[in-house]
Design a protein around this ligand. Structure first.
Ligand code: GLU
Length: 500
């Protein structure tokens, strides 16, 4: 029988969720859905020194906004809970005892100060100290002390950590769906701490135990965890557990140059690296998010999906449903993908064009309220006319602000270009011609054409000054369209006022 697909996203609540994390979660989600599997959220909060208040809520809200749902999570619960590691500490004791009993782990009584001292001595000789299979033979641990000595130290409650005993002289073969097969000499590995002096497990230990207990079939995570793969593989082996299948995802890189995309890059180039706003309670610093900048959640996900994976036929715009159909872990790239803000905006624009006017109108009117601009009956028409020009809903207002307020001044350069000696007269006379016109763009356009013929002047001699008077500068949609939306009274009022 094929094993049930169960994957997890396992963030540590150490701050806001980086978009790289959202992409990791998205790939897990796509993979789970594609394979009729389960997607689990597990909070890895064993490192209390890095715990940040509010981070877990932030993580949960991010996925809510994106429309990525879990099958099991701290909120939803599930058969394998708790889904928060700090609520599982009891459980880890049993498993660490198992490793001690089988000789795969050992007590280490070296104090942090002693180890620091050693590190410094090594540095002086330009060597690097690592608690590994060679060094451990000389250190204060249960591999070297006899049973009696160890018992005494434990009785006296001398602080200790529990370390993993890396097997010596082995060529460890590792498998990864994306990276392929590679091997590591175990002598290059160090004996990582599995249990800290305070009895709290480290990431490595809790992560492996939980993946096993939660029946995780595939571990899909960021490339930064690839160096942990040998240790994790050995841990599974020591327990006699079948290890899950691993897939390490490529990094999201800076827009230019090498290296992981950081918050600093975002600040430098002016784009967010978080799904939505985050306030750092310590510094008071507020980091912008995609949500506040006017990105649609579905466009945001679509953009992230393409950072590391190319759907068939190079399709670029895909619904979540289509992504699920298409997703293939084997097709995830090996090398990192450069983040591209222009492309990100373009994707949002593509989504915007496809949204219904109703949906856009709702967002648009909410935005108007936020900036204290009164909504109007013409909002719907304004949205319809301007939506193809913008990347974001709020830009509709930037493109069409003149529908809401009279221009205070006329842009100087355009004025000089457009305004001729006889312009005031032409326009004033034209106003009279508007008297009997049915107020819609076609009839307005006909009236302008007729008037230009009658006066034997080019259309531009009328259109350009009209635009300038109504808008204040030479921008916006067709003049008859602007006139229709503004309404007859407003058009006449604006023109008369300006001409005066
Ligand atoms: N807690 C780890 C993190 O913060 C999880 C790594 C993993 O998925 O194994 O990314």
């Amino acid at each position: 029988m094929k094993k049930e697909v169960r994957v997890r996203f396992a963030p540590s609540p150490t701050g806001p969720l980086h978009i790289g994390g959202v992409r990791t979660a998205l790939y897990n989600y796509l993979f789970a859905k594609k394979n009729n599997g389960k997607f689990i959220l597990r909070i890895e909060d064993t490192d209390s020194s890095r715990f940040v208040e509010g981070a877990q809520q932030y993580i949960e809200e991010s996925f809510q906004w994106c429309g990525i749902s879990f099958d099991e999570s701290p909120k939803l619960g599930g058969e394998y809970g708790s889904y928060i590691q700090s609520e599982r500490t009891e459980l880890y004791n049993k498993y660490i005892q198992n490793l001690l009993d089988t000789g795969n782990a050992y007590y280490a009584f070296d104090t942090p100060e002693e180890l620091d001292e050693l590190r410094k001595e090594y540095e002086k000789e330009n060597r690097f100290f690592s608690y590994n299979s060679q060094e451990r033979k000389k250190l204060k641990n249960s591999l070297n002390l006899n049973q009696e000595q160890v018992s005494k130290l434990l009785e006296e409650q001398v602080p200790y950590v529990i370390r993993f005993k890396i097997p010596e002289n082995r060529n460890l073969v590792l498998n990864d769906i994306i990276r392929g097969t590679f091997s590591v000499d175990t002598n290059t590995l160090d004996d990582k701490v599995l249990m800290k002096a305070d009895g709290i497990p480290t990431y490595h230990f809790a992560n492996v135990v939980d993946d096993y207990l939660m029946k995780i079939s595939h571990v899909i995570r960021g490339e930064e965890w690839l160096p942990s793969l040998p240790l994790h593989t050995l841990l599974y082996e020591s327990f006699g557990w079948e290890s899950p299948t691993f897939a390490h995802l490529p990094l999201i890189l800076k827009p230019i140059g090498n290296g992981k995309l950081s918050k600093r890059d975002g600040d430098k180039f002016g784009f967010p690296v978080f799904p939505f706003e985050w306030k750092d309670e310590k510094t008071g610093e507020i980091s912008q998010g995609y949500r506040e900048q006017g990105y649609f959640a579905d466009a945001f996900l679509n953009m992230l999906a393409l950072l590391g994976w190319t759907p068939s036929e190079d399709k670029e715009i895909l619904t979540l449903e289509q992504m699920i159909q298409e997703f293939d872990l084997e097709k995830v790239h090996k090398s990192g993908a450069h983040f591209n803000i222009e492309k990100t905006k373009w994707i949002n624009k593509e989504y915007l064009q496809k949204k219904s006017t109703d949906e856009l109108l709702k967002i648009y009117q909410k935005y108007l309220k936020n900036i204290s601009v009164d909504t109007s009956n013409a909002d719907r028409q304004i949205v319809e006319i301007l939506k193809e020009r913008v990347h974001f809903v709020h830009e509709i207002y930037q493109e069409g602000f003149f529908f809401y307020e009279q221009p205070k001044t006329l842009e100087e350069k355009s004025y000089k270009k457009v305004w001729k000696e006889d312009t005031a007269e032409i326009i004033s006379e034209f106003l009279l011609a508007l008297d009997n016109v049915e107020w819609n763009q076609n009839d307005i356009k006909n009236a302008i054409t007729e008037y230009s013929k009658q006066k034997e002047i080019g259309l531009g001699r009328i259109m350009a000054p009209l635009r300038l008077l109504l808008v204040g500068e030479m921008k916006g949609p067709d003049v008859p369209v602007i006139m229709e939306i503004l309404g007859k009274n407003e058009v006449i009022a604006r023109i008369e006022k300006q001409i005066k």
